[in-house]
Design a protein around this ligand. Structure first.
Ligand code: FAD
Length: 302
């Protein structure tokens, strides 16, 4: 079943992993993925470095997920530092490995490399991939706007362009405040952006992650989240439990309010993914939920 069709049938649950750098950590991840096979994600997405050096690691991992674990894989493709030829070669490899889901991205700018110039925005990459046919194209979105966007209108117009250019499913940046997502979803409806949107959930289970997230995203954290961090960031076990519980709480609220799907940023931590799945799987398995409770679409959530 294509991803587009999966969204028509159920509330989607997916995972994001990144390709390990060493053979030892790849083996560890492969074992972890085998262990979490019971989780039954609708797909697993595989990140790719913006600079273009990790193609093979990402491809190997995506192929293992698609062909050995038999779970649909989604390959991330950041375009800023890749040429049309690079992208075409990567797409050819993906096809050889039966991978039809891609996430078309711009990629973060770095201070070292010069952008190639073929894909300055994700929308240009989406258009290019759409013309090749054969791929189900997803895109990224930012409920509290991308840090480079001038304002919410600017952000929404560029997102619309991305969807008009062939993106059929969106995945949000990590969300810690569900209300920010509900507000965003209403803006999308007003703008006529009607594709399914998965909410990115990042269980925050240790101090380093929190620092990394706040630096990268520039998102203002909800009070409830800040209180947990202030109290437990120095207590490993308590922080783990609190981080998982916070994420589960968010998921229960989001799925109850009829979201299209949840995309779990696993940071390759199979234990976290397992804990979250155990606490929420029955919500996803109640597949007709969205049809019975289209509360977000009618704006009646909460
Ligand atoms: P775009 O959609 O191009 O938007 C970036 C900025 O440009 C926005 O401010 C937008 O408003 C603006 N813009 C868009 N079009 C135009 C236009 N025509 N004219 C002027 N301005 C415009 N990065 C990686 O390197 N590898 C990954 O694997 C990866 N995975 C990710 C997965 C998800 C779910 C998310 C949310 C992000 C991921 N990223 C990844 C990070 C992403 O590459 C960065 O957030 C990047 O800064 C923006 O990428 P984008 O695809 O959203 O860009």
């Amino acid at each position: 079943m294509s991803l587009k069709d999966t969204f028509k049938h159920k509330t989607v649950f997916s995972l994001e992993v990144y390709p390990p750098k060493t053979a030892a950590s790849t083996k560890k991840l492969v074992n972890a993925l085998t262990g979490i096979k019971r989780i039954k994600p609708d797909f697993i997405s595989i990140t790719l470095g913006a600079g273009g050096s990790q193609n093979n690691n990402a491809l190997d991992l995506a192929s293992m997920i698609q062909n050995d674990l038999k779970i649909p894989a989604m390959a991330h493709i950041p375009g800023l530092y890749r040429s049309k030829e690079d992208v075409t070669a990567f797409l050819t490899e993906l096809k050889k490995h039966n991978i039809q889901n891609v996430l078309a991205l711009r990629g973060d700018r770095n201070d070292v490399d010069d952008p190639v110039g073929d894909f300055n925005h994700a929308s240009e990459l989406a258009e290019f991939i759409a013309k090749q046919g054969d791929f189900d194209i997803s895109g990224a979105c930012y409920p509290q706007k991308h840090p480079e966007s001038v304002d919410l209108v600017d952000d929404t117009l560029h997102l619309k362009q991305k969807v008009d250019n062939g993106v059929s499913h969106l995945i949000t940046q990590m969300v810690f405040d569900n209300q920010a997502f509900y507000d965003f979803k209403q803006r999308l409806e007003l703008a006529g952006i009607n594709v399914p949107v998965e909410v990115g959930i990042m269980p925050c289970t240790n101090r380093n992650q929190i620092k990394h997230i706040t630096e990268l995203s520039g998102i203002e954290m909800p009070k409830k989240f800040v209180a947990i961090m202030d109290r437990y960031a120095d207590n490993k076990e308590a922080m783990f439990d609190a981080g998982v519980a916070y994420a589960v709480d968010q998921i229960v609220d989001l799925v109850s309010n009829g979201v299209d799907g949840i995309h779990l940023y696993t940071m390759n931590n199979a234990e976290v993914a397992q804990r979250i799945w155990e606490a929420t799987h029955s919500l996803f398995e109640a597949t007709s939920y969205q049809i019975q409770h289209p509360s977000i679409a009618s704006g009646n959530h909460k």
